[in-house]
Ligand binder design. Structure first.
Ligand SMILES: NC(=O)c1ccc[n+]([C@@H]2O[C@H](COP(=O)([O-])OP(=O)(O)OC[C@H]3O[C@@H](n4cnc5c(N)ncnc54)[C@H](OP(=O)(O)O)[C@@H]3O)[C@@H](O)[C@H]2O)c1
Length: 294
């Protein structure tokens, strides 16, 4: 039986131990980290991984793309796709800072709660995302827009978040609205009229207070991925799923989302390790799988 080998590329100084552990626990026999990898170095690394094994072992060979930049990870995945040649095609999976699987889990949990408790789908739902310059918030924006939601992405500096919205338009031809949420007043204004609020700001940052939540009577669901106190949504606890907040909106906490995220990332590693054909996995595959766990 050929060994399953995973080459893990990161543009940063470290490969995340989280992803290393996950890959080994999901069934890889060997995982090899490559750090400080530049975009132009992806092609020669993939060629080395691809041409060193006979074609029958190609499906037992894979590349993982980490780092902390969702846009760079998508560019690196494109480079992998451009490099692959039949019959040597190997598999690839991008999940920078766990963001593709975390965002997939977050949106899948929201979708399930909307359906169960409000009889709603994501299509046409007004979603506002806080911390959307980060990879988790950015990817939530992408998934929401792909599902037909009316997405508003926000961050503390207008030029930064405008650039993210333009990138989404250029790469995927999807429209998302960008808003500056750089002060308590601007956060309140961005929240106004939203039906779903996704808090994706950095760990230990409270984004929405009880008063913010109460200011928006249209809010159906508030979800948070920050598991480090203070949490992103005041009054929302780590394991909450569908718990009614003081404003009446339903809350989803970071560890309810984390459970689905964990299963999704592990499941995608397992799928690559056991597939009989080469796979290229990104946030869309993560969302499809997260839906089955939510
Ligand atoms: N539950 C899980 O399974 C799971 C898994 C992975 C990650 N996470 C959590 O998901 C969240 C997002 O992860 P990420 O990697 O995308 O985060 P990140 O890049 O560390 O931060 C996201 C954004 O937060 C904003 N931010 C930073 N400091 C802030 C402050 N003091 N006030 C308001 N906004 C601030 C920044 O945007 P601007 O500076 O542009 O405003 C930043 O781009 C984090 O809390 C992380 O811990 C959870």
């Amino acid at each position: 039986m050929s060994k399953n080998i995973l080459h893990m590329l990161s543009p940063l100084r470290h490969m995340s131990p989280f992803d290393v552990n996950m890959a080994l626990d999901a069934g890889y026999d060997a995982v090899v980290p490559y750090i400080d990898v530049k975009l132009e170095e992806v092609m020669p690394l993939v060629q080395d991984a691809m041409f060193s094994r006979p074609p029958k072992d190609a499906v037992h060979t894979a590349v993982f793309i980490g780092g902390k930049d969702a846009v760079l990870a998508l560019d690196m995945l494109d480079q992998v796709r451009k490099t692959l040649l039949k019959p040597f095609e190997i598999s690839a999976f991008a999940d920078p800072a766990g963001s593709f699987t975390t965002a997939a889990a977050m949106v899948a949990c929201v979708e399930k709660l909307l359906k169960e408790k409000k009889g709603r789908t994501l299509k046409g739902t007004k979603i506002v995302i806080f911390g959307a310059t980060g990879p988790v918030g950015y990817t939530c924006g992408l998934i929401g827009a792909f599902e037909g939601a009316e997405v508003t992405v926000t961050a503390r500096k207008a030029p930064d978040i405008l650039a993210k919205a333009e990138e989404i338009k250029k790469r995927f031809d999807l429209d998302v609205k960008a808003l500056d949420a750089g002060s308590p007043e601007k956060i309140r204004a961005a929240l106004e009229g939203a039906e779903v609020a996704l808090c994706c700001a950095a760990a230990g940052v409270q984004v929405l207070s009880k008063e913010d939540l109460a200011s928006n009577k249209a809010l159906l669901v508030a979800a948070d991925v920050n598991a480090v106190p203070p949490y992103g949504v005041e009054g929302l606890n780590l394991h909450d799923y569908g718990v009614e907040l003081s404003s009446g909106a339903l809350g989803i906490g970071p560890l309810a989302i984390g459970d689905v995220k964990y299963k999704t990332e592990s499941g995608l590693f397992q799928r690559m390790a056991t597939s009989d054909k080469p796979l290229g996995l990104d946030f869309r595959d993560a969302f499809a799988l997260a839906r089955s766990f939510a």
